[in-house]
Design a protein around this ligand. Structure first.
Ligand SMILES: [Zn+2]
Ligand SMILES: [Zn+2]
Ligand SMILES: [Zn+2]
Ligand SMILES: [Zn+2]
Length: 223
């Protein structure tokens, strides 16, 4: 935050002097050093201006610091407020653009209205309602956030369950396929074993017949 030493007297500055300001006049929109403040307080034009300390000026809300007393287009003091255009006007503004506007009121009237208790209480109610609405919106979002979090957890657990059931299914499928392969292979081994022993038997029988035949041939030639 800026300190009071950051402000120098606006009037002295015009004479290229840098004196530390002690007060701010919102009417003249100038910072004043203690010397200039004395003159400002005595001068006929400005003795009724309500000045504030630089410290208080620094504590003003930013929105209030931006409020100007003079029209930026014509550098003349704002005199009237056009309620149709929602616009503060200097004399030239009125002449140029708001001459035919209805509902021109003096700024004193506007300020008077703002200060009226009815207006203040309407504004306070508006602020209260605004804060209540924001609270409702916040609750709505935080409830939705927790619902979203719950949905996320449920979706993740559904994926895990699905994954486990796919795993179970694949394991059972694998086991059943391996069992089929094993039993098929055992059957084939049995069949081949049987065929082999049948062939062995036949071979033995044929061998015996061959031996018998050789003997017969031998006997018949000996005769
Ligand atoms: Zn000064
Ligand atoms: Zn002043
Ligand atoms: Zn103007
Ligand atoms: Zn207007």
């Amino acid at each position: 935050m800026a300190t009071s030493t950051s402000f120098i007297c606006s009037l002295c500055q015009e004479d290229d002097e840098t004196n530390t300001a002690v007060t701010w006049c919102p009417e003249c929109e100038v910072f004043l050093c203690s010397e200039c403040q004395k003159h400002h307080g005595r001068s006929k034009m400005s003795k009724h201006h309500q000045v504030m300390s630089v410290h208080d000026y620094q504590n003003l809300p930013k929105s209030m610091l931006n409020i100007k007393n003079n029209c930026e287009d014509h550098d003349l003091r704002y005199e009237l407020f056009c309620s149709f255009h929602d616009f503060a006007c200097c004399i030239k503004c009125i002449k140029d653009k708001h001459d035919n506007c209805k509902g021109l009121v003096t700024l004193d009237e506007v300020v008077g209205n703002i200060k009226s208790t009815a207006f203040v209480s309407i504004l306070q109610t508006d602020f209260f309602n605004l804060i209540e609405n924001l609270k409702t919106i916040k609750i709505f979002f935080s409830e939705n956030l927790s619902a979203l979090e719950k949905q996320k957890t449920e979706a993740i657990s559904r994926v895990h369950i699905m994954r486990r059931s796919i795993n179970d299914h694949l394991e059972k499928l694998e086991e059943s396929l391996l069992n089929d392969i094993r039993s098929e292979s055992t059957n084939l081994q049995d069949t081949f074993g049987n065929l082999k022993s049948e062939i062995d038997n036949k071979t033995d029988q044929i061998e015996e017949k061959r031996r018998d035949f050789s003997k017969m041939v031998q006997f018949s030639t000996d005769l």
